[in-house]
Design a protein around this ligand. Structure first.
Ligand SMILES: Nc1ncnc2c1ncn2[C@@H]1O[C@H](COP(=O)(O)OP(=O)(O)OP(=O)(O)O)[C@@H](O)[C@H]1O
Length: 248
């Protein structure tokens, strides 16, 4: 039997009296694209954070390719192959697209960057260019990040997360705030990610989440309420009650 890329068993997370995630068990197989949907406050980001280590679970177990990572700190999980983006941007506005990716490839902090003189022949630079191409940003290599559109920033953020060669990539609302024109580009980019990568994405926008996903987990009140393939989500009565019943 194939070992899941991510396996959660009875994962819960409390914030004081608030049970933000309760008893979630799920397996995400290697190469799978899993979308996590749910109304505001359902516990999606908290579940993400239990996997990435920002808020370890208060109970339950998290396995990464069979290894128990429940008690590891975020940087230890990153080293073992979990990459993520955040809802808020972590880009360096004063640097170019290529420089941002180079910093991420080298795992550097921005302050140290000025002491490095990246050369065209540098292998880190070659990797940064390659990621830019995969993120459909090759035409903007030397553009400062502050001049990028919101959608282009999102593409770059995904590229930054890929720079550490993650085995599991976790994207937190990649389509949030994107213009309608930027969405097809994001979807294309997600669909072109290699199957060697396992993808877990939180996404409110079903037009992005459903075509990008192999399987969908719907959360409400900290719990998993539906697990189904994307073509069964929109007609699911529980999903309809959540999204059409004013819960979103
Ligand atoms: N650091 C924290 N301290 C206290 N409560 C928190 C914290 N983070 C999240 N919560 C609470 O946990 C619950 C779940 O929040 P979470 O952000 O995980 O939901 P979500 O499904 O990601 O929502 P959204 O779609 O709005 O991002 C909410 O009631 C939220 O207020």
């Amino acid at each position: 039997m194939t070992t899941p890329a991510i396996s959660l068993a009875g994962v819960s997370r409390r914030f004081g009296a608030l049970q933000a995630v309760r008893d979630v068990s799920l397996d995400v197989m290697p190469g799978e694209r899993r979308a996590v949907l749910g109304p505001n406050g359902a516990g999606k980001t908290t579940l993400f954070n239990t996997i990435c280590g920002d808020f370890p679970p208060t109970s339950g177990q998290i396995l990464l390719f069979g290894e128990d990572i429940s008690a590891l700190r975020p940087h230890q999980r990153t080293r073992r192959g979990i990459g993520r983006t955040y809802q808020t941007s972590l880009l360096f506005n004063g640097l170019s697209v290529l420089e941002n990716l180079f910093v991420a490839v080298r795992g550097l902090r921005p302050g140290r960057f000025s002491f490095l003189r990246p050369r065209g022949s540098d292998t880190g630079m070659a990797k940064a260019r390659d990621i830019a191409e995969r993120m459909r940003l090759s035409h903007l290599l030397h553009e400062q990040v502050l001049n990028l559109s919101h959608g282009q920033r999102r593409q770059l953020e995904i590229g930054m997360a890929l720079a550490g060669d993650p085995r599991v990539l976790m994207l937190d609302e990649p389509a949030a705030g994107l213009s309608p024109g930027d969405r097809p580009e994001l979807l294309l980019l997600l669909r072109e990610l290699p199957r060697s990568l396992t993808l877990i994405l939180i996404e409110h926008d079903m037009d992005i989440a459903l075509p990008a996903a192999d399987f969908v987990t719907v959360m409400k009140d900290g719990q998993v309420v539906v697990e189904a393939p994307p073509d069964r989500i929109e007609d699911d009565p529980v999903v309809q009650a959540i999204y059409l019943g004013g819960g979103h």
